[in-house]
Design a protein around this ligand. Structure first.
Ligand SMILES: Nc1nc2c(ncn2[C@@H]2O[C@H](COP(=O)(O)OP(=O)(O)O)[C@@H](O)[C@H]2O)c(=O)[nH]1
Ligand SMILES: [Mg+2]
Length: 198
């Protein structure tokens, strides 16, 4: 059901090695076409109201630059993030390995490891090896992370990435609200029992 409330803001930050296709994914999603001419290093932040499973959200998308020299700037963009999309290229094994050795540790350093995140293998138009897919999928499964393979070039599964990350964020926020309310009730119960004792 669509409510009359203000759409809930969700900030999604896209990270991953340089050249894996982060900016292309974002441009393809927001413009519904693959950028064939010019691709900026980082695309301008974007914000739009979208509807996922009958819930309206104010989705803002933040691109980042993967290089070491941009680390300070990148960490700034992690502030008030709701979720992360970690992109690698399915034709570049290093970019996959770097998820575990660079990107996850960077999120931990920024104290964002608890936020919802999704792993995205881009450039699937260049490689269609089920064995490779299995390797990527199994590792993500082990790490308890959702894996989506996509091609910005073919505009394949691009919309699914953002719908799924919004879905995961809404679920997580509901869970957090329920836990807060439970903790509040427990505190009230505890205070009441102390009052009775006194
Ligand atoms: N074949 C193929 N090339 C892609 C795809 N996505 C991006 N690229 C290319 O990969 C290069 C790097 O893309 P870019 O979006 O700048 O990567 P970023 O550094 O991660 O933002 C560019 O030459 C893109 O045209 C894709 O899905 N398939
Ligand atoms: Mg870029």
């Amino acid at each position: 059901m669509i409510s009359n409330q203000e759409p809930q803001p969700i900030k999604v930050v896209v990270i991953g090695d340089s050249s894996v296709g982060k900016t292309s994914i974002l441009l393809t999603y927001t413009q519904d076409r693959f950028p064939i001419d010019y691709i900026p290093t980082v695309f301008e932040n974007y914000s739009n109201v979208i509807c996922v499973d009958n819930t309206q959200v104010q989705l803002s998308l933040w691109d980042t630059a993967g290089q070491e020299s941009y680390e300070r700037l990148r960490l700034l963009s992690y502030q008030s993030a709701s979720a992360f999309v970690i992109v690698f290229s399915v034709i570049d094994m290093d970019s996959f390995n770097n998820i575990w050795t660079k990107w996850k540790p960077e999120l931990e350093k920024a104290d964002k490891q608890h936020l919802p995140k999704i792993i995205v293998g881009n450039k699937s138009d260049k490689q269609n090896d089920p064995q490779k897919f299995q390797i990527f999928w199994e590792k993500c499964e082990q790490e308890n992370l959702r894996y989506i393979e996509c091609s910005a070039f073919l505009n394949n599964k691009i919309k699914d990435i953002f719908e799924e990350v919004v879905r995961m964020t809404i679920r997580e926020q509901i869970l957090q609200t329920m836990m807060r309310s439970k903790r509040r009730q427990e505190t009230i119960k505890h205070q009441k029992s102390i009052c009775q004792l006194l």
